[in-house]
Design a protein around this ligand. Structure first.
Ligand SMILES: Cc1cc2nc3c(=O)[nH]c(=O)nc-3n(C[C@H](O)[C@H](O)[C@H](O)COP(=O)(O)OP(=O)(O)OC[C@H]3O[C@@H](n4cnc5c(N)ncnc54)[C@H](O)[C@@H]3O)c2cc1C
Length: 360
């Protein structure tokens, strides 16, 4: 029987779930608070070229993920190996303390930029008007069950406007665990949930609250002057490195990725502890500190033509839930996302797929 299913979040997990349910013959509607699909597989466009300021690369270990990349038309062309064999580990002063490992598996990026993969997979849903962008789900409301037909209403915000979407058989939350927890809590506090299923939601929230996700401050810098001087790039000869610097854990030459413009650009990620300690700091202060650390690590002391920071409140799962997804059969509400099993793109795919197969 065709069911009407609401999916909150258009990242890898949400779009994977939506595609699977659509294929199984259900009617799906995806709600996404930002202006496009991708979630943390995101891209920042600038006049100097794009930055993949969330996911840096992804692996293809799971056979179901590999099949999806091979079989969804147009996907293989989007997923390209990035030869980051030169990943090294640097100390506080940028000295190499660990040689690169021999490449055991390919590291993939999406072209022309990281958000292209999920955008491509979301396109058939967009074409069928099944995705509402710029639509933040603020509260969930369940009707009382009459016979077996409980339905869900989603209270959303589109810009300044409140809008309700009614009549869903099921709701899937494909959003980071703290946002999941807040949405469930808010809905229960406002007494919008049928008392008969409140304990189901409380049980889900209890599980979700066990998950720990760390933040990440990210710095993006561009040096168009490098190519103006007739150099392909300046600074180090490697393209990506992990680091033991007290501020920075990762640096990658954005312009070395396939499909990217050659203007010299770097993406820099602060470590989880430093990001946590400076989470509420003024972005300009954070930028200045990360720029200093970047210069120490790479030796690039030239003023960048462009620099910006982005704060990821929920970046990387530290403590996952340990099961692929959550599903409350009676309430017909479930959760998926990387944080159920790990911190990678593949985990989000597997989780979204698992939840959709349970709901089918
Ligand atoms: C800085 C950083 C670096 C990373 N590096 C890597 C890496 O190198 N390799 C790797 O494999 N993984 C990496 N990851 C992790 C990877 O991004 C995630 O595993 C994956 O993208 C998670 O997908 P998801 O669908 O579970 O969640 P998300 O991508 O977070 O998608 C959730 C979506 O829900 C939306 N949303 C949230 N609340 C609401 C609401 N109330 N209403 C409507 N929409 C809502 C959000 O806007 C978002 O689009 C990195 C993440 C970050 C932040």
């Amino acid at each position: 029987m065709t069911k009407k299913i609401a999916i909150i979040g258009a990242g890898m997990a949400g779009i994977t779930a939506a595609r699977t349910l659509l294929k199984a013959g259900h009617s799906v509607t995806v709600f996404e608070k930002s202006r496009g699909a991708g979630g943390r597989m995101s891209t920042r466009e600038t006049s100097w070229g794009s930055f993949d300021h969330g996911v840096q690369y992804f692996t293809v270990r799971d056979p179901r993920f590999e099949t999806a990349i091979r079989e969804v038309p147009g996907t293989e062309e989007i997923c390209r190996p990035w030869s980051v064999n030169a990943v090294r580990v640097l100390d506080e002063l940028g000295r190499v303390i660990e040689a690169p490992l021999p490449a055991r598996e390919k590291h993939y990026v999406a072209v022309p930029a990281m958000n292209a993969l999920v955008k491509h997979w979301a396109q058939p849903l967009v074409d069928q008007h099944m995705v509402h962008y710029s639509t933040e789900v603020k509260r969930l409301e369940s009707s009382e069950a009459q016979s077996s037909s409980r339905t869900w209403t989603l209270h959303t915000k589109q810009g300044e406007k409140d809008k309700e979407f009614v009549g869903f058989d099921s709701v899937l939350l494909a959003i980071p665990s703290p946002q999941c927890s807040a949405l469930l809590e808010h809905s229960m506090l406002q007494k919008l949930i049928d008392p008969a299923i409140t304990s189901d939601l409380q049980a889900i929230k209890h599980q979700v609250d066990l998950v720990v996700i760390e933040p990440c401050w990210t710095l993006m810098v561009a040096y168009p002057q490098a190519s103006e001087q007739g150099l392909t790039h300046f600074g180090p000869q490697w393209n990506a490195a992990k680091s033991t610097h007290h501020r920075i854990t990762w640096v990658a030459r954005e312009s070395s990725k396939p499909g990217k413009s050659h203007i010299e650009r770097w993406t820099v990620q602060a470590g989880p502890q430093w990001s946590h300690e400076h989470l509420e700091d003024d972005p300009e202060r954070v930028k200045a500190k990360l720029l200093r650390a970047f210069a120490e690590l790479t030796g690039i002391r030239v003023e960048p033509s462009h620099s910006a920071v982005h704060r990821w409140r929920y970046a990387k799962t530290l403590t996952p839930l340990g099961q692929n997804c959550l599903w409350a059969h009676e309430a017909r509400i479930g959760t998926c996302g990387d944080w159920h099993i790990g911190h990678r793109v593949e985990d989000a795919f597997v989780s979204g797929l698992s939840l959709a197969l349970l709901v089918c």
